[in-house]
Every structure is written in structure tokens, then in C-alpha cells.
Design a protein around this ligand. Structure first.
Ligand code: AMP
Length: 551
């Protein structure tokens, strides 16, 4: 905690606010001919330059002004990684409004909740997501127009207040000038699953995003340069693709945006064709790519580095990419609330003489903080624990790109004593390497996306034959974790696993439905009457899940 004290002698340097529009302006001025390549829904490639992107972002900002989008207004997007989404990133934030990127894989009810909670005035969406928009539109009455990100809206039916992206742009020229305003203004909004209740919004500012972008390009972070060709595989609706649509543009890297096809074969083709040097994504994506190159006997000709995060990176994946393919794997840890990067794992000078196996072990940690992030671990009573690599405690962080409160909540309300509790449990070594050992928050992470265990338990408990239910994460070779339901039946009731699983149909997204059900006589209870999930997790950590066709 600190107080703002006004100095009697302020410094006399320019007070230029850190604004997102400056990133794209810089790129168009200094890297104007550098390419942005996007793969469209139909598989075709769209190519243009930073100069073109800037000009179209100006036209889009003009269109937003014509729609009466004002500073602080929220503009939603339901979109893959592509050039129109990038234009929205810059036009919306650059004009002082707030880009609210939304995960299309959520259940329609959750989507409608998020859009209403955010107060989105406009919703931009991919043509391929029109059926989803049609389903949620009646529940999003505040939205003034649903804008399809395409050249026309022909063939789209059943969506009220429908407009078309390219038609809006066609009415504008490039005379828009980016406004200058306070760097503390909000620029972006991302929702993250709450452990209880509904998803919560994290509202980034221009300042927090700019500082995060500056920090993330440094050599011991993502090490990005103008010579790189960067492909963010992590979606632009997942914490702003870990900041890459800002940081890669800031350094003038070539940008490759892969669209919706993220299978091994499609990614490999783009890597090779476009000369990608750097990428980023969750472990599941790289497992798919590694499988593909292994089975097809392929090699990478330019791919040099990838950041893996969002879930713990399995050591076998790290070793496979590094040892068989020479790709440097950079393990990173972050959260929506942390913009997202908090730690990155790279060696320090005193590690360089260590035996290869010790280096390998070290690189499996989640890593160390850059300048800008402070971390500590505490016990259940909040007492700080030593950095000895052994004591495990609740990981707390703070810094200028860490959330202070959730959207709509009072200042500081997300903090405990000035620190943000991550809900992760970790150790920290004497030289500052953080290693996640467990999670105290009650969530399951499958393929890099959250599944709310409490929501699943509530649905299970609503079944007339269920007495008690606990939903836990079980390690899974492809999805990292999958949900398993452990259930006590009501006395005298018959219930088969398939019947209970069928009860979830339509209530949650299909990929949320547990893979298996185990019936037990009782669940372990703690002294305060809470189900001891950690004991159940321990008991079933080797549970073999059946193959699930819908995945
Ligand atoms: P999200 O807000 O969706 O980005 O999720 C953040 C959470 O993902 C963290 O609090 C961790 O539980 C988990 N996470 C992210 N990166 C890692 C990692 N490298 N290793 C283990 N867990 C991770």
C-alpha cells in the first residue's frame, strides 16, 4: 500500500500518455511494408501491410464515430485471429472505446450474460459464428447492431439490427486522427471464469497494456524483434492473445494470424509457408502439432521459439520440441487478471554451466518475474513463506499490469492487503523461480479453457437421484485436464453414468460435460463441512477416462 505524495519538485519531462494507437502509428511509420497474413475461414490467405492495416483502422475508427461509439463504450467481438479483428483492436481502443473480446466456445447463456454484463453497445462477429449470434441476439437487447466481419451480409438470416463491416468501412476515408487522452483510460475487457458464480470482467487500461507490451518483448521475456515472424496461435479472445497483437506490432514483426483452423496440419503449413519464427499457445495445441510432424516425418525450417503457457507444459512436450526439433520452448505463467504475463522461464548467467539435465529441470518451472511484477507466497494465515524451493503457499502478485478490481466492482476489491491472490499454489526458489504445485481455486482447465466445477456439481445435484456430487480435474494426455464426477446416489435410487451425463445435455457447452462418473458411498468431508476435493483429486489422479467422442 502506498500514498500519492506530491513532490515540491516534479520532473520536467514530457507527459506523453502511453496510448495503444501509438503502437500501430509507429508500425505504419517504421515498418509500413511489413506483412500481416491472415488465414480466412475458407482457407484462403489474406495479405496486406502495416500501412494498409493502419489506414483501415482509421476508417474503422471513423465508422465507429459515425455509429456514435464514445470514449468508454464497450464494443464486443466474437472472432478468430485475423486482420479484421486486429483492426478492431486498434480502432476501438485507439478511439477511446473498449474492445471486449469474447470466447465463442462458451455456452450461449454465458455469452449473453457476458455481453449484457459488459454493456456492449455493438457486437462484431465472424460470418461462421452467425448461428451463435442468432441464438444470443434476442437476449442482448442493449446491442445496437450486430456487425458481420465480412464484405457483405448476404445469406445471414434471423439476426436483428444486422450491419456489415466492409460496408461501414466503405463510407469512410483515412482522415481520422487518433485522439489523445489519459493513459489510465480503459482500453480492453476480457472475462474470466469465476470460481463461483458468473464470469468476471478484467478491464485493462492503455497504460497497463503498454507497460505489459514493453516488458514482454525483452530478451528474457518473449525476446521479440523486427526480424521475427510471429504467429499467435493463442486466440485473440484469450487475454488478448497474451498481448502479441500489441507486442509483435510494437517491434514490427511480420504477423501471421491463423484463423480458426488450429490442427497440426494446418498450423504446420502456415509455419513453413510464411517462415514463422515465433509462436505462442497452450500445451494442447503443441501436442497436436508435435504429433503431426512426428507421424508425417516433417521438419521445421524457420520455427525457432514458442511460448507455452495457460496450463503447465508437460515435460515430454518440452523435450520433444526442443530435442527432436530444435524449437526453444519458453514456459510462461499468466492469468487474465495479469494481462496476462507474470513469469517466464529463462536461464540466468549462473545456470549456464549447469549440467544439461539440471537446466532442463529448471526450464520446466513456470519461471521468474520480469521487472514490473512482484510476487510472494503465503500460508493459510497470510504469513509470508520462504523462497527455498520447498515451502508451497498461495501465490500473490502485484504490479502495474495486475487487476485491482473486477469490472463494475469498487477499487481494490480484488486484492488482499494490496496483493492479487492468484488462486494458484507454488514454491519459489532462492533465485526466484516460481513453480506451480497445485491450485486452490475450484476450476478445471481443459485445452487451455476453464470449466467451472461448481456449475457442474450444481447441475448434477439437480438430478433427482443424486445426493452429493464433487467434480474434479483428472490429468489427461491431450487436454491436460478433464472433469470427472464423483457422486453419492440417494438411498434406494438407481442411476447409471450415461443417464447422469445425458442430464447435462443443453445445460452447458458440450466440452464441459464430464468424461466419466464414479459412484461412491460417501465423499471425504473436512472439519468445516466442506468436501475435501484435494483428497478426491489425489485418489482419482490416475483414473482412466473413457474416450469421449464429442471431443
Ligand atoms: P486464464 O486467466 O484463463 O489465463 O488462467 C490463468 C490460470 O491458468 C492460472 O491462474 C493458472 O491456474 C493457470 N496457468 C496459466 N499458466 C500456467 C502454467 N504455465 N502452468 C500452470 N498453470 C498455469
Amino acid at each position: 500500500m502506498y500514498q500519492h505524495v506530491h513532490s515540491p519538485l516534479p520532473g520536467q519531462m514530457m507527459r506523453r500518455p502511453l496510448l495503444i494507437s501509438a503502437i500501430l502509428r509507429h508500425a505504419e511509420r517504421h515498418f509500413g511494408t511489413r506483412e500481416i497474413v491472415s488465414r480466412c475461414d475458407d482457407g484462403s490467405l489474406h495479405r496486406y501491410t502495416y500501412r494498409d492495416c493502419h489506414a483501415r483502422a482509421q476508417r474503422l475508427a471513423g465508422a465507429l464515430a459515425a455509429l456514435d461509439v464514445r470514449m468508454g463504450d464497450r464494443v464486443g467481438t466474437l472472432a478468430w485471429n485475423g486482420y479484421r479483428h486486429l483492426e478492431l483492436y486498434y480502432a476501438v481502443s485507439g478511439s477511446g472505446a473498449v474492445i471486449h473480446t469474447i470466447n465463442p466456445r462458451l455456452h450461449p447463456e454465458q455469452l449473453a450474460f457476458i455481453i449484457n454484463d459488459a454493456g456492449d453497445d455493438y457486437l462484431f462477429f465472424e460470418r461462421s459464428l452467425a448461428p451463435l449470434v442468432q441464438a444470443i441476439a434476442p437476449h442482448c437487447t442493449r446491442v445496437k447492431a450486430f456487425i458481420v466481419m465480412d464484405k457483405d451480409a448476404i445469406g445471414i438470416k434471423g439476426i436483428p439490427r444486422l450491419a456489415c463491416y466492409e460496408e461501414l468501412l466503405a463510407e469512410q476515408d483515412c482522415s481520422y486522427t487518433w485522439p489523445v487522452f489519459d493513459e489510465d483510460a480503459a482500453c480492453g475487457l476480457c472475462y474470466t471464469s469465476g470460481t463461483t458464480g458468473n464470469p468476471k470482467g478484467v478491464l485493462y487500461s492503455h497504460r497497463s497494456t503498454m507497460l505489459h507490451s514493453y516488458a514482454s518483448v525483452a530478451p528474457d521475456m518473449l525476446n521479440l524483434s523486427a526480424r521475427d515472424c510471429v504467429m499467435p496461435v493463442v486466440p485473440m479472445f484469450h487475454v488478448n492473445a497474451w498481448g502479441l497483437p500489441y507486442s509483435a506490432v510494437l517491434v514490427g514483426a511480420k504477423l501471421v494470424l491463423p484463423g480458426p483452423a488450429l490442427d497440426g496440419a494446418s498450423l504446420y503449413q502456415l509455419f513453413e509457408q510464411e517462415g514463422v519464427t515465433f509462436s505462442a499457445g497452450v500445451p494442447t495445441i503443441w501436442l497436436g502439432l508435435l504429433n503431426h510432424v512426428r507421424t508425417e516425418g516433417l521438419r521445421f525450417s524457420t520455427f525457432a521459439r514458442t511460448v507455452i503457457g495457460g496450463s503447465a507444459c508437460p515435460p515430454a512436450l518440452m523435450d520433444g520440441l526442443r530435442e527432436e526439433y530444435g524449437v526453444q520452448v519458453i514456459h510462461a505463467f499468466g492469468m487474465t487478471e495479469l494481462s496476462p504475463i507474470a513469469t517466464v522461464c529463462t536461464l540466468q548467467a549462473h545456470h549456464l554451466d549447469l549440467p544439461a539435465d539440471e537446466q532442463r529441470q529448471l526450464l520446466q518451472a513456470q519461471g521468474r518475474v520480469p521487472f514490473g511484477v512482484d510476487m510472494k507466497i503465503v500460508d493459510d494465515d497470510g504469513a509470508e513463506l520462504p523462497w527455498d524451493g520447498k515451502a508451497a503457499g498461495h501465490l500473490m502478485v502485484r504490479g502495474p499490469w495486475v487487476a485491482d478490481a473486477y469490472f463494475g466492482q469498487p477499487p481494490g476489491s480484488a486484492l488482499e492487503g494490496g496483493w492479487f491472490p492468484t488462486g494458484d499454489v507454488s514454491t519459489i526458489s532462492a533465485d526466484g523461480y516460481m513453480r506451480i504445485t497445485d491450485r486452490s481455486k475450484d476450476l478445471i482447465k481443459s485445452g487451455g479453457e476453464w470449466i467451472g466445477s461448481i456449475d457442474l456439481e450444481n447441475i448434477a445435484m439437480a438430478h433427482p437421484a443424486v445426493q452429493q456430487a464433487a467434480c474434479i480435474a483428472v490429468p489427461h494426455p491431450k487436454w491436460e485436464e478433464r472433469p470427472l464426477l464423483v457422486v453419492v446416489r440417494k438411498a434406494g435410487c438407481e442411476l447409471e453414468p450415461y443417464a447422469l451425463l445425458a442430464h447435462f445435455n443443453g445445460k452447458v457447452a458440450r466440452w464441459w460435460i464430464p468424461d466419466d462418473v464414479v459412484f461412491v458411498d460417501s465423499l471425504p468431508m473436512g472439519p468445516t463441512g466442506k468436501i475435501q476435493k484435494n483428497r478426491i483429486r489425489e485418489q482419482y489422479r490416475n483414473h482412466l477416462m473413457p474416450a469421449v467422442p464429442q471431443l
